[in-house]
Design a protein around this ligand. Structure first.
Ligand code: SF4
Length: 399
């Protein structure tokens, strides 16, 4: 199959009526737009509520007042430019500010602004930091999308990380397995790099973001298989999103299709309260009930998924919501509170940990560890990024 063509100008999508395009263009001036023709072909254009369409085509609610650009205060996790260290054993290298398309719900959409510089081309400070800390045994390559980088750069990053003996796991955050699966299964050099640096003792994990079962096409399955054959392990995480996958039958089908393809269902997330994401918000109680009904439809393999909130203070697992109470547990904690169990009142409209009365008792807002990045929450809104027009990062992103 030919490599997909990328589009950044919504005017070029003729299947959207011209009058609508005019309106949507205003949104893309605030929140960047990008998609490719392979993914556009998954949309059912006869259905105005098509979930695949909602994933990548802007919606009017994006301009409504809601949330913050950096809702989990990731700016407080930076230790050196391009490297975040929030949990003891895990470090993040922010290696890309580009994705195969831009999901409208993305919690890192701040990265695509021109005035935000969190991804770095020089990863040496991050590598030095990781090399000096033996407790870091896994590193996540993220951004943006790590698999959008050119193959020689991916190979170089994997090679440098493998020089650090205590880094056992390398995770690659990516939606390329469904945005552009051909980029995976047609690139022998990429697969060779994965084969070289993923071994039985030190695996590479691909952390996929698959939101809807219709994204799992024949091509996507071929991409998973190529990754598996190269020795990578593929797992999946997705937020539960209003209008996209907030239906037990849809989420249940996603869990089934992932497990059939050998992809571990890893996390269901509560959508973070990020600017522009109002249309996708669901109350916690509703999210919990949808997830439980979806799990009832799938096998034990599908049920491995955990429902969590990626909060400033840590990953908070939702164990149950019942009788007006939320039963929660720290699954990861920046302040060594792993395992802490919490029972909090859960108002019907609560959509985030901070909306639960009394939640503030369990954490304190962290200080920034370094001034490696500016706090985007304090910045005024500005027009969207022109970063992509340079084409300097992506393996294949001609418009
Ligand atoms: S692929 Fe991931 S990082 Fe990129 S826009 Fe989508 S959610 Fe955000």
């Amino acid at each position: 199959m030919p490599q997909p063509k990328y589009l950044m100008n919504i005017d070029r999508i003729e299947r959207i009526p011209e009058s609508e395009r005019e309106q949507l263009k205003r949104i893309t001036e605030k929140f960047v737009f990008r998609v490719n023709d392979y993914y556009l072909d998954l949309i059912d254009w006869n259905d105005p509520h098509d979930p695949i369409r909602k994933l990548v085509i802007p919606n009017a609610e994006e301009l409504g007042e809601y949330g913050r650009w950096d809702a989990s205060d990731e700016d407080t996790n930076y230790v050196v430019p391009g490297c975040q260290h929030k949990y003891g054993t895990t470090a993040l290298l922010i290696v890309s500010e580009v994705c195969g398309a831009y999901c409208r719900y993305c919690f890192r959409k701040r990265l695509f602004r021109n005035d935000v510089k969190e991804a770095v081309s020089d990863i040496e400070p991050g590598l030095r930091y990781i090399a000096q800390r033996k407790e870091i045994n896994n590193v996540l390559l993220t951004g943006g999308d790590s698999l959008i980088l050119g193959t020689p750069r991916i190979r170089m990053i994997l090679e440098r990380l493998r020089e650090i003996d205590h880094v056992k796991i390398i995770r690659m955050g990516s939606k390329i397995p469904v945005f552009n699966p051909m980029r995976i299964y047609e690139d022998e050099e990429l697969l060779d790099a994965i084969r070289t640096y993923s071994s039985p003792e030190k695996r590479i994990y691909v952390m996929a973001h698959i939101n809807h079962p219709r994204e799992i096409t024949k091509e996507a399955v071929k991409g998973f298989e190529a990754l598996h054959n190269a020795g990578a392990i593929v797992v999946n995480q997705t937020p539960v999103l209003r209008g996209i996958n907030d239906d037990p039958a849809v989420l249940g089908e996603l869990l089934d299709k992932l497990s059939w393809a050998g992809v571990t269902p890893y996390y269901f997330f509560v959508n973070r309260p990020v600017a522009g994401n109002k249309a996708f918000v669901l109350p916690l109680r509703e999210v919990y009930e949808i997830v439980e009904k979806a799990k009832a439809l799938t096998s034990g393999l599908g049920k491995r998924v955990r429902l969590s909130m990626s909060h400033t203070s840590g990953k908070i697992e939702i164990l149950a919501i019942d009788g007006g109470k939320a039963y929660l547990k720290y699954h990861q904690s920046r302040d060594n509170r792993y395992g802490m169990f919490m029972t909090l009142d859960c108002p019907d409209d609560a959509a985030w940990f901070d909306d639960l009365p009394g939640s503030e008792k369990f954490w304190t807002k962290p200080e920034k560890k370094t001034n490696a990045v500016a706090s985007v929450n304090a910045m005024p809104d500005m027009p969207t990024s022109k970063k992509l027009s340079t084409g300097r990062q992506a393996a294949s992103q001609k418009e």
